[in-house]
Design a protein around this ligand. Structure first.
Ligand SMILES: Cc1cc2nc3c(=O)[nH]c(=O)nc-3n(C[C@H](O)[C@H](O)[C@H](O)COP(=O)(O)O)c2cc1C
Length: 352
């Protein structure tokens, strides 16, 4: 069985170890939504990861919906992202961009537009950065669907041109693709709603378009199986996500990335059975549980979120059994350097 520190070939991605940096929104791009030098520094610090998955990045102005998060749909955004990919590559890292459309979790205060979604079902919560209730979205027309599918592909193409090694389609956490997949948010009665096959259609069209744009071997996708996250619900998460993975299997993707709480096995065993390429698993892991998953054949690599926020040199710390810095949640979305690029490396601790 592989060690967490063994390399892994995932499609065209060469991972030097199996300690993956999970996608992490950090709200450092400012009002212009443009990646900057500070973000380049942050990502380069974490280049020891087998793979860095970027924070969720808006594929279009319509898809935006989180204050100070980055976009990838203007020349300025792309110029900013080039600095990030260069800094990561100079530091020996590998990085993919997470492609994000927020659907009903967007807000007109941020976009000037009524959010759209599969159906007119509002998320039952308060918007994370606007601090108002989520709006009732309008139901996407077939033209909206076509345009949005093409936005994903355009953005994926731009990401490769900007130096990313690949892209991850964000199908998790209650955003647009997840809204289509689950019967709690998808009430359509056309070819995009109803039976599972129809609810998966949007995800499959996006995946096909992205694969056509950049190649399956540079395309990954993230799904999350748990109910209750960002007011998402599905009546049969095992069935829905096992089916999703089976349908995705035909693309020969670089990887599938499943967010599912440690030891929950909501859909993991089903997904592992039907998805034949690299499977990255995330949520709640430490070094020991990660190795246990690899040993049991439940995953090929493990992504770490909060531990990567607080430990830029996480792979080295896990390998040497060193203590970990603790993350400070009050600085996750605060802006500025504090709690972003100032977590100490092991070498700094040893020298102190
Ligand atoms: C501050 C913060 C920002 C996050 N941003 C994203 C994101 O942009 N995209 C995404 O798919 N998940 C996001 N997540 C979820 C993480 O990728 C990960 O699934 C979660 O932290 C659980 O993993 P962990 O237990 O290793 O921290 C975020 C989580 C946190 C704490």
């Amino acid at each position: 069985m592989p060690s967490l520190f063994d390399p892994l070939e995932a499609g065209a991605l060469h991972l030097k170890n199996r300690v993956i940096m999970a996608p992490l929104t950090r709200s450092r791009a400012g009002e212009s939504r443009t990646p900057n030098d500070l973000m380049a520094e942050y990502y380069a610090q974490r280049a020891g990861a087998g793979l860095i998955i970027s924070e969720a990045t808006a594929i279009s102005a319509e898809g935006y919906g989180w204050k100070d998060a980055p976009g990838a749909y203007t020349p300025e955004h792309w110029a900013g992202w080039k600095k990030v990919t260069q800094a990561v590559h100079n530091a020996g890292g590998t990085i993919v961009m997470q492609l994000w459309h927020m659907g009903r979790l967007s807000h007109s205060d941020l976009t000037g537009m009524q959010p759209f979604a599969p159906s007119m079902v509002a998320a039952d919560a308060e918007h994370r950065s606007v601090h108002k209730p989520y709006e009732i979205p309008r139901a996407m027309t077939l033209d909206d669907i076509k345009r949005t599918v093409s936005d994903y592909a355009q953005c994926a193409k731009g990401a490769i041109e900007a130096g990313f090694d690949g892209v991850e389609i964000h199908g998790a956490n209650g955003y647009l693709i997840d809204q289509f997949l689950r019967d709690g948010s998808n009430k359509r009665n056309d070819m995009y709603g109803g039976a599972f096959k129809n609810r998966a259609r949007f995800m499959l069209e996006v995946t096909q378009a992205v694969v056509d744009a950049v190649g399956a071997d540079r395309t990954g996708i993230r799904l999350s199986s748990q109910n209750g996250v960002q007011s998402m619900h599905d009546s049969d998460p095992y069935g829905t996500f096992t089916h999703a993975a089976a349908e995705l299997n035909v693309f020969d993707l670089a990887y599938l990335h499943l967010k599912e709480p440690l030891d929950a096995d909501i859909a993991l065993s089903g997904i592992r059975n039907v998805f034949k390429n690299t499977l990255i698993v995330n949520e709640g892991h430490d070094g020991a549980s990660a190795q246990r998953y690899l040993d049991a054949g439940k995953a090929d690599a493990i992504a770490f979120g909060q531990k990567f926020i607080a430990n830029p040199d996480l792979p080295m710390r896990l390998q040497s059994g060193a203590d970990l810095n603790m993350p400070d949640a009050s600085t996750f979305y605060k802006g500025g350097r504090d709690g972003y690029v100032d977590y100490p490396f092991m070498s700094a601790v040893a020298a102190a």
